[in-house]
Design a protein around this ligand. Structure first.
Ligand code: LMR
Length: 333
């Protein structure tokens, strides 16, 4: 029976006239690691909606959320070999493919708010960083926000001494590694899809993430405390396989560029609300205790982490770091 079906399927393929193939839509596989109901998930879905509309269905976007297709490191490799066409990895995930510069965004207490971040990403620095991706077989199309990170653990953490000896899950960024080492903690790189289980089984004691990621991955169910530290930022670089992008008909590329621009406005104007709503949901569940650091505690944290600026400045590039510091300082709150 199976043989018969296969033979029938093969015959059907042979019988399809070439005109049908000519009309087949261009498929963009957009893989990501977070839930659909997050700033990035919604941005990807908005891009799909607009891309299909503007190209009158000539382009079909298949969005694969929640690491259903690839995990963090694999998705970048998949993009480079063309197994998927689009991704939006966080800034922290480009180091392993040889681009350290995006890790500048991981430096703790560097980005005070989204307005100052925008000055960096929407200005000459942002443009320059996107160009670095060309050499890696990808084109950087946009920056999408998630938001600011909070620490979670099963004990309250106020000051650096509280972090000593704890194991923290981190993204694959040397800056984040240095950040936790500066607190006397042990960092452990873990794929996003494995964070919940690592926390649940005690492989790690804590992690840092945005409320939206914490809530949608149910991390709050296995972490008793959430420290509202806002010590760092998570954002994304929307990337497309360069060969695929350059090979598109110019009119299609134009429509997709328009779609990505609008999806970017959508993503970046809704991320704060998404995170505020996720935080409310975590509060509603009622299992999490929230620690709001005092100004003096924040100052202790900042001071403990400060030495990594010199060490990591050397990694991400001192001129780049200085330029980012200057740019964010120029923005009034
Ligand atoms: C993480 O790995 O914690 C995040 O970067 C996941 C994401 O894409 O937001």
């Amino acid at each position: 029976m199976r043989k018969l079906l296969l033979a029938a399927a093969a015959a059907a393929i042979i019988a399809i006239p070439s005109a049908v193939f000519a009309q087949a839509p261009i498929v963009i596989k957009f893989s990501h690691v977070v839930a659909a109901d997050t700033p990035k998930g919604k941005g990807a879905d908005k891009f799909k909606e607009l891309a299909e509309k503007y190209t009158n269905g000539k382009v079909k976007v298949e969005v694969y959320p929640n690491s259903t297709l690839y995990k963090d490191k694999e998705e970048l490799e998949a993009l480079q070999i063309g197994a998927v066409q689009m991704l939006a990895p966080s800034n922290s995930k480009f180091g392993p493919i040889g681009i350290k510069d995006f890790e500048v965004f991981d430096l703790p207490y560097l980005i005070p708010n989204l307005a100052s971040l925008r000055k960096v990403t929407d200005g000459p620095i942002g443009d320059r960083l996107l160009k670095l991706l060309d050499a890696k077989g990808m084109v950087g199309l946009a920056y999408w926000d998630n938001g600011f990170k909070q620490m979670t653990a099963n004990k309250p953490l106020h000051v650096p001494a509280d972090y000593k000896g704890l194991k923290f899950r981190i993204q694959s960024s040397k800056v984040l590694e240095a950040q936790f080492r500066s607190l006397g903690a042990t960092p452990q790189v873990t794929a996003f899809s494995e964070v919940y289980q690592s926390l649940q089984t005690g492989v790690v004691d804590g992690q840092e993430n945005t409320p939206s990621n914490i809530y949608t991955q149910k991390m709050h169910e296995v972490q008793k405390y959430m420290m509202m530290t806002n010590h760092g930022y998570i954002g994304y670089v929307v990337v497309v396989n360069k060969k695929f992008w350059d090979g598109l008909p110019a009119d299609i590329r134009g429509e997709l560029t328009k779609a990505i621009k609008e999806a970017t406005v959508y993503a970046n104007t809704s991320s704060e609300k998404e995170n505020a709503e996720a935080l409310d949901e975590i509060k509603k569940v009622g299992k999490t205790q929230f620690i709001i650091p005092t100004a003096a505690e924040t100052e202790q944290m900042r001071k403990a982490m400060e030495p990594i600026y010199a060490e990591m400045g050397a990694r991400v590039g001192k001129p780049l770091l200085d330029e980012v510091i200057k740019t964010v300082a120029g923005v009034s709150q």
